[in-house]
Design a protein around this ligand. Structure first.
Ligand SMILES: [Zn+2]
Ligand SMILES: [Zn+2]
Length: 52
């Protein structure tokens, strides 16, 4: 199964961060390395939570 970055939508394979949504805990947020270093915003597709 392919994981996709929650910020840019790019497929991630090795270097990425994955964590549960801080608000609803029901959705996994995935961030690729470049979005992490750029501190791009992400949003939860479930509850709409936005965070850096
Ligand atoms: Zn990304
Ligand atoms: Zn959420």
């Amino acid at each position: 199964m392919v994981k996709k970055c929650s910020s840019c939508g790019k497929e991630v394979m090795f270097k990425y961060a994955e964590f549960s949504c801080p608000q609803c805990s029901g959705e996994k947020i995935v961030r690729c390395e470049s979005c992490r270093s750029l501190a791009s915003n992400y949003s939860c597709s479930k509850c709409g939570f936005k965070g850096p």
